[in-house]
Ligand binder design. Structure first.
Ligand code: FES
Length: 128
């Protein structure tokens, strides 16, 4: 089953006929060739796929295309200097975008070693 989904992308109107369950990330990259949005974990943890949906940051790997109908999406390409979305960004974010850096959250690295055993505190009395 496919659905015609029409939404704003970086200030322009886009219409794509896709499965309503296709991820926004895939629609952007495969159907609209906006490859600035990257896939990292694919499960909503890293933030590499972040776009603005009606001005709110979302993980595009967790958004279905059908949820975007009639809404406005801004990708990293749309955050270039001088875009309408630029005022939404903090000055530091604007600099990162200008230099081609995107947001990336990392999970803390888990050690492959078991933690050192904890030695119980001695309970022996020191008084005589
Ligand atoms: S790809 Fe990691 S949050 Fe979407």
């Amino acid at each position: 089953m496919s659905l015609l989904v029409t939404f704003g992308v970086n200030g322009q109107i886009a219409s794509v006929e896709v499965s309503p369950w296709k991820r926004l990330l895939d629609v952007l990259r495969e159907d609209l060739h906006l490859t600035g949005t990257k896939e990292g974990c694919g499960e909503g943890e890293c933030g590499a796929c972040t776009v603005l949906l009606d001005g709110v940051p979302v993980n595009s790997c967790l958004v279905a295309a059908g949820q975007c109908d009639g809404r406005a999406v801004t990708t990293v390409e749309g955050l270039a200097r001088g875009s309408a979305a630029e005022p939404l960004l903090h000055a530091v974010q604007r600099e990162l975008v200008a230099r081609g850096v995107f947001r990336l959250r990392m999970k803390p690295r888990m050690s492959s070693h078991s933690p050192e055993p904890v030695h119980p505190i001695s309970t022996q009395s020191t008084s005589s």
